[in-house]
Design a protein around this ligand. Structure first.
Ligand code: GDD
Length: 348
């Protein structure tokens, strides 16, 4: 009998990568999608076009009864809770909804499993995040954040995710559930939403190359992130649920790079060298050959509290799971810009 997996957030970046991975491994894959869509709805059709094997389930993370019914009907072997309000900047604008969905939604998932009587059979993966660490000066281990590092979230999103992290651990300790969290550092790729900085840059670079855009506006160029490829990270999620006992794992590359570096490499892919002029909100990035301003700062993209530097230490996952990222930082930038260039010229 094939195993059954249920994914929340199946229409998001990681959901798509994971659904395909599990399908290839022979799972029957169910994906929770929000809304009241008929099969003729354009969004429903778009999801089915990309993942024709997917069994779509309509439910909302805020609706315990719908989640419980889904668990009772499907009786999944594995549940991957990837759904969330996941944009850090947005979470400052809508902190209450973020707390409800990103925080309490995790509790609803765990309760749904229990109410359906599946707490001894269903394995549960919670998408925890490096945003829980906060990246402040006092709390930045030289060798990167491990599973036991101190948490100091810096956004309503990070705080809500920390609730999800601890309630998952609490259900593991209280009810002996196979429930764990993957603490994932930033992971990007061709499925990334354009509201996140890497995709915003790769799409802008492709549009600048094809003459459809003049320049790009960004916020803080000096923040640093540990950026990997999303396709590598979903393999780690699956490996975590195949272990003999539930434990939390960090997935990261062990390298950190600034937004500025990402920009420089992305423009290099289209043969442009960026030179930086000025400081703070007046800084610009210009084409070294033509002098044209290609990068501007817009303080609208600054955050009320910033996570300055994230660096993860994936040694536990590498040792225990045998997991290792395959795509490196230059490879990630190249992959994203090439994908967006093809999309712009219509060859994708
Ligand atoms: N989004 C965005 N847009 N970010 C910008 C911009 C801009 O124009 N300019 C500079 N940045 C900076 C942000 O201030 C932040 O320091 C960094 O770029 C990365 O921002 P995002 O790409 O939005 O990602 P994130 O690091 O805040 O959060 C992502 O990674 C987390 C894991 O650490 C999200 O995927 C989260 O859901 C995830 O948990």
């Amino acid at each position: 009998m094939s195993k059954k997996a249920l994914i929340t957030g199946v229409a998001g970046q990681d959901g798509g990568h994971l659904a395909k991975l599990l399908h290839d491994k022979g799972y029957v894959v169910f994906g929770i999608v929000r809304g009241q869509m008929e099969a003729s709805h354009p969004r429903y059709q778009a999801i089915m076009k990309e993942m024709p094997f997917l069994n779509i389930v309509m439910a909302d993370l805020l609706d315990l009864s719908a989640l419980t019914h889904a668990m009772q009907e499907i009786k999944p072997d594995e549940v991957y809770n990837l759904a969330a309000i996941s944009h850090v900047g947005y979470s400052f604008r809508d902190p209450i909804l973020t707390a409800d969905v990103t925080g309490k939604g995790v509790l609803n998932m765990l309760e749904a499993i229990r109410l359906a009587g599946l707490e001894k059979t269903t394995r549960f993966y919670q998408a925890s995040t490096s945003e829980m660490f906060g990246g402040l000066d006092y709390n930045r281990p030289d060798t990167g954040y491990t599973e036991d590092a101190i948490f100091h979230p810096r956004s309503p999103y990070g705080v809500a995710k920390l609730y999800g992290h601890w309630i998952t651990r609490n259900y593991r300790e209280s009810y002996d559930m196979f429930a764990l969290s993957g603490i994932l550092f930033n992971h990007e790729g061709e499925r990334r939403g354009p509201e996140f900085v890497t995709r915003k840059i790769s799409q802008a670079v492709a549009r600048i190359k094809t003459g459809k855009q003049e320049s790009i506006e960004l916020g803080n160029l000096d923040a640093k992130r540990d950026w990997g490829y999303a396709g590598d990270y979903v393999e780690g999620m699956w490996l975590m649920l195949q272990q003999d006992k539930p434990e939390d794992f960090v997935l990261a590359t062990g390298e950190t790079h600034s937004i500025r570096e990402f920009c420089e490499l992305a423009f290099k892919e289209i043969g442009i060298e960026i030179k930086w002029n000025g400081e703070g909100a007046k800084e610009t990035g210009v084409d070294a050959a033509s002098g044209k301003v290609l990068v501007k700062i817009n303080p609208e993209f600054y955050r009320p509290a910033e996570v300055d530097l994230l660096l993860g230490n994936p040694s536990k996952a590498e040792k225990q799971l045998g997991w290792k990222r395959k795509v490196d930082f230059p490879g990630l930038v190249k992959l994203m810009v090439e994908y967006d260039l093809k999309a712009e010229v219509g060859t994708r």
